[in-house]
Ligand binder design. Structure first.
Ligand SMILES: Nc1ncnc2c1ncn2[C@@H]1O[C@H](COP(=O)(O)OP(=O)(O)O)[C@@H](O)[C@H]1O
Ligand SMILES: [Mg+2]
Length: 257
């Protein structure tokens, strides 16, 4: 069997926070691989280590012990400068609260990660426009965030996360602020992007969001509790149920108008 390229490999990942009175063991030896093209939902109760893991996958923080590879690079051996470099060039973040810059247009917001690398040319602008079109905002290029709905703002954030050709899209509760109709649209967009080969890692506490992924990893007390593949059938059922729920809401709204 040929070995599939990995977006990331996590091996014995450990994170301890040393406080005055105690040491918090936020991650206690977590190991798993994410092949390129995978779509992983990370779940677990509050305090189980999800954010800590996401911070390390996003090169925002380093482990106390263990290894974390992005492609062939072992980030646990990097300096802060090297981490910052990887973060700005190869990680695509999507947050619950969108984190867009209000003064900038859709296209400019998508270009932000490139500004930080001094890339300001027409080529970059064209790439941002292409991504805006890909996420369905081709007719909103010069709008500012406050002229967009929540779902549209999250689309901008998703396009921005792709502008650098990242190892993966790292999404922290990406539908946490969205209603069921918009959640359905954003998850359909993730399906499309994953269908094109994009790797997605998202944190969610909602089962029906997690069931749209190809795989569900559960953390508990800083350890890997389970790592489960989601069958195509189960994904399809989750898709259908969400689409039906979204349609019911749409119909209700239609009646109310
Ligand atoms: N910066 C920090 N300093 C000290 N303890 C922390 C810090 N960040 C997280 N923790 C602790 O680590 C554990 C895991 O937290 P976290 O990764 O935020 O969990 P989750 O995102 O699953 O709720 C918790 O006990 C939390 O209190
Ligand atoms: Mg958290």
């Amino acid at each position: 069997m040929s070995e599939q390229a990995l977006a990331t490999r996590i091996d014995g990942l450990t994170k301890e926070y040393v406080l005055k009175s105690e040491t918090v063991r936020a991650l206690r030896g977590v190991s798993f691989d994410v092949p390129e093209g995978d779509y992983v939902a990370i779940m677990g109760p509050s305090g189980s280590g999800k954010s800590t893991l996401l911070n390390m996958l996003g090169c925002l923080d380093q482990p106390t012990a263990g290894n974390l590879f992005l492609g062939d690079d072992n980030i646990s051996q990097m300096t802060d400068d090297q981490l910052a470099e990887i973060r700005s060039r190869r990680i695509g973040f999507v947050f619950q609260s969108y984190n867009l810059i209000q003064q900038l247009t859709v296209v400019e917001n998508i270009q932000v990660p490139l500004y930080y690398q001094g890339l300001l040319g027409t080529k970059e602008r064209d790439r941002a426009i292409m991504l805006a079109e890909q996420v369905g905002l081709g007719d909103r290029l010069d709008h500012r965030p406050n002229q967009l709905s929540g779902g549209q703002q999250q689309r901008v954030a998703i396009a921005r996360s792709l502008v650098n050709d990242p190892y993966f899209i790292l999404a922290d509760e990406p539908t946490g602020n969205l209603d069921s109709v918009t959640t359905d649209e954003i998850l359909a967009l993730f399906d499309d992007l994953n269908g094109e080969g994009r790797t997605i890692i998202l944190v969610t506490h909602e089962d029906d969001v997690a069931e749209r992924a190809r795989r569900i990893i559960r953390l508990k007390d800083g350890m890997l509790h389970s790592d489960e593949a989601v069958s195509d059938e189960r994904r399809e059922t989750a898709r259908e149920m969400q689409a039906a729920a979204a349609l019911a809401v749409k119909n209700k709204q239609g009646l109310a108008c």
